[in-house]
Design a protein around this ligand. Structure first.
Ligand code: EPU
Length: 343
């Protein structure tokens, strides 16, 4: 079944739809096994076993330019458009916005559920409006970006709206004017190295650089099964951060890196915590921790079972908790009964 972890699991039924009316018809069809579970490319999922219901997959694949103002351009994109195809399209137009999110696996609908983010940009920064099917009334509905409750890898689609709304299209505001975001981690340096300057760049140049950074750090799911970052970067209080710093100093780990969230909380890279606990490059049986980015758990042989991944997750969570007093939370969504929602 469609999942980048390459788990050998099967759904009882699989259905695709080309528009919101088709999707509503699937929900009306009593012959389809329940529950329904909408997926994109299955790039952020861990199926815990075979799925007894119907997997829904969007084939809504249009990109439509809407009238915008002079500075921005509005683009309405079907939920089944491969996210990186949209990034490539925008860069070819010379419009700014999605270039730092290049090469993130998955499709546009899932990107808006998950609020994908990379290199200082999150997709919520570009979203104007999200169109959905309301699976209760079977009517199409629209939500403004403010209504969607976006936060770091978070949205209402993952919380109180889970199972209620299926995203069918997303409208983005892209920028015509020069708007690169180069201030996250290695981006500015990598851009300067690749293009000899960090000025007068094109979205295409930034996109190509981000792709090169990602390819160097992250495993290609076509080669090694994985679901990107398995854990979220934990956000801790200032007191907790001081405690982590003290532990790191006592253990000789040096400075603790952090991201400023602009709020009360401090975000610590989970990769740093996991590496300090000795997991980087770990491998056992069919599973492992990717050697170049320990935030990524891998199906190293292609034969991993969901339980092997879960057991590795638990061991990592326990050891980071014991060492630093910080509890890691998975970012990857687990799908399996009875935990999955009854749509
Ligand atoms: N680090 C280590 N060891 C490593 C790698 C990283 O200690 O082997 C530490 C370093 O201090 C480094 C820091 O972790 O500066 C951050 O690393 P990186 O820039 O690679 O990013 P990340 O915080 O680990 C997040 C996202 C990624 C996204 C990158 C780039 C999450 C959970 N992950 O990772 O998203 O590509 O930033 O913006 O927020 C994904 O969600 O699937 C994903 C890959």
């Amino acid at each position: 079944m469609l999942n980048t972890f390459r788990m050998k699991v099967f759904g009882a039924c699989y259905a695709e739809y080309d528009n919101v009316e088709d999707l509503a018809d699937l929900f009306r069809d009593p012959s389809l096994p329940r529950p329904f579970f909408p997926i994109g490319a299955g790039s952020n999922l861990l199926f815990l076993g075979d799925f007894p219901g119907t997997i829904l997959h969007s084939r809504i694949r249009f990109v439509e330019v809407l009238p915008g103002d002079s500075g921005s351009v509005r683009v309405r994109v079907g939920s089944g458009v491969v996210w990186d195809d949209f990034c490539a399209w925008a860069a070819a137009k010379g419009w700014w916005g999605p270039e730092n999110l290049s090469l993130i696996p998955g499709e546009t609908g899932a990107a808006a559920v998950q609020n994908i983010g990379a290199y200082g940009r999150e997709v919520k920064d570009l979203i104007v409006e999200v169109e959905c099917l309301d699976t209760q009334s079977l009517a199409p509905v629209r939500f403004s970006v403010e209504a969607c409750g976006y936060g770091y890898r978070e949205s209402r689609f993952k919380q109180d709206w889970k199972g209620r709304f299926v995203i069918t299209a997303v409208t983005f505001a892209l920028m015509r004017e020069y708007a690169p975001e180069l201030d996250y981690g290695p981006v500015r340096e990598a851009v300067a190295q690749a293009w000899g300057t960090d000025r007068d760049l094109t979205p295409r140049q930034v996109r190509d650089t981000v792709i090169a950074i990602r390819r160097a750090k992250l495993p290609d799911p076509a080669e090694i099964g994985n679901a990107g970052s398995y854990f979220r970067n934990p956000c801790v209080s200032a007191d907790q951060f001081r405690a982590v710093r003290t532990i790191a100093a006592e253990k000789g780990f040096g400075d603790v890196p952090y991201f400023d969230t602009g709020e009360q909380l401090v975000k610590i890279p989970a990769a740093w915590l996991i590496e300090r606990c000795g997991w980087k490059g770990f491998s056992e049986g069919n599973v492992g921790v990717y050697a170049r980015q320990p935030l990524v758990l891998v199906n190293a042989t292609g034969n991993a079972t969901p339980d092997e991944i879960r057991s590795l997750e638990n061991r990592i969570v326990d050891s980071v908790q014991r060492t630093f007093g910080v509890r890691l939370c998975p970012e990857v969504e687990k799908v399996g009964l009875p935990a999955s929602p009854d749509l």
